[in-house]
Design a protein around this ligand. Structure first.
Ligand SMILES: [Zn+2]
Length: 413
């Protein structure tokens, strides 16, 4: 990939701003909050070392670049030059010079000059194709590599055969990325790894390697194999054409979401809704991502963080799946429990609790008591014994006293 390292003074980096694409499509880091931005500027003013930047050269005369790594830092530097934010009011002085609350233009002359001539270490990647850049980006961000799947495809054994076959499932024709370096195999391997774990789990290269090694005699007719097939067919039924929103991390989230839905809810009720819900969810996400961090909704901000790095970790996958499911339940409050079960799920309760503002709705014994999360009952509005369903719509907050009183009245009636 022919990398060359170039020191670039900040004034120069600011001057060629128009020729740098800081948002190539494989990048999705969260937007930095003001404190993070201020910290970077302070570090530069103190002449601290800033980690290397990686830019891919996309044109010459004039030179143009895509930022592979360092997008947030670069945008922060530009924003400081443009006077879009200032240093905090309690910023410590630098070598006796007061910089608290300073904008770029109000910095002491000596420090402004120091900022101007501060050199970034930029590694310029020339003659590099997009797949190579993607590989590099993945390694820098997640510590994972696409090349690992190529190696796994060279293994022998039934797991390898199973994954290879699943990577040809028609659903993959609809996803928003190419099969370069066997990405479909990688995703198919991750799905079976999740299924074998029974839910969110680490699906990094090391985990997949272990799975291949342990399952050389994998039975393609086993329950887990069938479950993978079922969910892939389900996804294939929902997505009728190529869908750019189907990024790798989203397929993993959707897989877990659909598995969870089919374990806990009446899946046939959900199926016709999922496509519209998913597209709407993605549109909201994009809208939320445009907002600066101080205005962003806290939950969406946290979600964005989870899709930005370590997307193959168990924790990230669980948070994403639960966030999506909660969103789905808010939007479609009449999804009912599988097999007409009486108990509300954790997420149904959470949605009911938030919707009802944490106060008792029954008001038989109280006048709308404010309740804490660990001391309330989720009551069926139309009692379960009278055919009431276990849905968010038919759930309400009740204090224990009101709940007991309602129960007693029903028995008496
Ligand atoms: Zn009450």
């Amino acid at each position: 990939m022919n990398p060359t390292k170039k020191p670039m003074p900040l004034t120069f980096v600011n001057g060629i701003k128009d020729r740098i694409n800081a948002e190539p499509d494989f990048q999705r880091p969260p937007v930095w909050g003001t404190a993070q931005k201020q910290m970077l500027i302070d570090s530069i003013l103190r002449n601290y070392d800033v980690p290397k930047f990686y830019w891919r050269q996309t044109a010459t005369k004039p030179d143009k670049y895509d930022v592979v790594d360092g997008q947030q830092r670069l945008r922060t530097i530009w924003a400081f030059f443009a006077g879009e934010f200032k240093l905090p009011k309690d910023n410590d002085p630098i070598e006796g010079m007061d910089i608290a609350g300073c904008h770029y233009t109000t910095l002491p002359d000596e420090l402004r000059l120091r900022f101007d001539i501060y050199s970034l270490d930029v590694v310029i990647l020339q003659d590099t194709d997009e797949e190579e850049v993607r590989e590099m980006f993945l390694r820098l961000q997640n510590g994972t590599s696409l090349k690992s799947q190529e190696k796994r495809n060279a293994y022998s054994g039934k797991m390898r055969d199973f994954v290879r076959e699943k990577s040809k499932h028609p659903f993959f024709e609809k996803v928003g990325f190419s099969n370069a370096r066997f990405t479909y195999d990688l995703v198919a391997a991750q799905l079976i790894c999740l299924e074998l774990a029974g839910g969110p789990a680490n699906v990094k290269n090391a985990d997949l390697n272990k799975m291949y090694e342990k399952n050389t005699t994998f039975d393609a007719g086993c329950a887990e194999a069938k479950a993978v097939m079922r969910v892939l067919n389900f996804l294939n039924d929902i997505f009728l054409e190529k869908t750019p929103e189907l990024q790798r991390y989203n397929i993993i989230s959707l897989y877990c979401l659909i598995s969870e839905l089919s374990k806990q809810y009446v899946i046939d009720e959900v199926k016709p809704l999922i496509y519209d819900w998913f597209i709407g969810f993605e549109q909201t996400r994009i809208r939320e991502e445009q907002k600066p961090s101080d205005e962003a909704d806290a939950e969406w901000y946290a979600y964005k963080e989870k899709i930005s790095h370590s997307t193959d970790s168990s924790e990230s996958i669980r948070v994403r799946m639960e966030f999506m499911l909660k969103h789905l339940l808010e939007q479609y409050p009449n999804l009912s429990r599988k097999d007409n079960q009486r108990g509300f799920t954790y997420l149904q309760k959470l949605v009911v609790f938030r919707r009802d503002g944490g106060t008792c709705r029954l008001k038989i014994k109280c006048s709308g008591e404010k309740l804490t999360w660990d001391a309330w009952h989720c009551d069926h509005v139309l009692p379960w014994s009278k055919g009431g369903k276990t849905t968010v719509q038919n759930g309400q907050i009740s204090c224990p006293a009101c709940n007991m009183s309602k129960g007693a009245n029903e028995e008496a009636a």
